[in-house]
Write a protein of this length. Structure first.
Length: 316
């Protein structure tokens, strides 16, 4: 049964054919193929994405409508995908807000940031562990400065990072989790209080350090996306109810800066209703108020999408 409450999804990947080709080019098995997308899709057991971004966006829009999800952050998951993401957003402007991956160490990062903003996207995706920079390195701070100039949000992955498609295809470079240091992200938060920063997966096992780093700030948001398998990997396994409870009781954080997300990626699986149901059950067990529930599931994301920079300061 479809959910009967307002929903916005803060974490939806836009896996175009170019994304499949990007990872194929990193694998010796596939890089020589002229158009490896179909072979890669077969290997991964997923549907081959449509050739045009608008058609893939239509599939996602239908999925979101089916599950009564009103808005979603749509992620360009490899460098240079801002054209495809912008076409998807233009086709469904009331359904999607675009984000685009960026490597701050790229000499063209400034030009790419300007292009991302010019195409109407709303945020940058930064992966320190993948591209090997710290969140307070000069190059990253320069990117945050440009984000402030262009009115963009900044998504930063901290802690451990898995790229499942890369693992399955056997390509790519080693991930270095030490670069996603929450304490050094805290320096960026304080340097750019006007910029909303979003960290996925409740900080991916680095929640305590992240809360400490953000204690004197009001511009950090956490998304709740994915299966959050990190909860079972520590010395004392925890559950969603415990994590939500920690966040809701944290005076320096609270429900105003949690963003519901699923980390949905591919078809035929589509939108991850199982993620939603697990999170809804945890909130039910905690007995959260209707106000808190509304903020987490839709209100905070809607506030971030309001024009101009007041969103990061407001907790209305």
């Amino acid at each position: 049964m479809a959910p009967m409450e307002a929903l916005c999804d803060a974490h939806l990947h836009f896996f175009t054919r170019e994304v499949l080709c990007f990872y194929a080019r990193q694998s010796a098995e596939y890089r020589a193929l002229e158009d490896p997308a179909a072979r890669v899709a077969h290997r991964l057991g997923i549907s081959l994405p449509p050739g045009e971004p608008e058609d893939l966006a239509a599939l996602w829009a239908e999925q979101l409508d089916r599950h009564q999800v009103s808005r979603a952050f749509l992620f360009g998951s490899v460098p240079g995908e801002q054209q495809a993401v912008s076409r998807a957003v233009a086709a469904f402007p009331h359904k999607f807000a675009g984000f685009q991956m960026l490597n701050p160490l790229d000499p063209q990062a400034g030009r790419a940031t300007a292009d991302i903003a010019a195409k109407g996207l709303r945020g940058l995706l930064l992966f320190p562990a993948m591209h090997r920079f710290f969140p307070d390195d000069p190059a990253c701070l320069d990117t945050c400065r440009l984000a402030r100039h262009h009115g963009l949000m900044v998504f930063v992955h901290v802690g451990p990072l898995r790229i499942v498609i890369q693992e399955k295809l056997g390509g790519g470079g080693a991930i270095q989790p030490s670069y996603g240091d929450p304490l050094r992200l805290g320096n960026a938060l304080r340097a750019f209080p006007e910029v909303p920063f979003i960290v996925p997966h409740f900080g991916c096992g680095r929640l305590a350090a992240l809360l400490e780093a953000a204690r004197e700030t009001r511009n950090l948001y956490l998304d709740t996306s994915s299966s959050n398998s990190w909860m079972q990997q520590g010395p004392a396994p925890i559950d969603l109810e415990t994590v939500f409870g920690t966040m809701l009781e944290e005076q320096a954080f609270g429900p105003e800066r949690l963003l519901f997300g699923t980390d949905s990626t591919v078809f035929p699986r589509g939108w991850r209703k199982d993620i939603y149901l697990a999170q809804r059950a945890a909130l039910d067990r905690l007995g959260v108020s209707s106000r808190e529930r509304r903020l987490i599931l839709s209100g905070n994301l809607e506030r971030l999408l309001r024009p101009s920079g007041a969103a990061a300061q407001s907790t209305a």
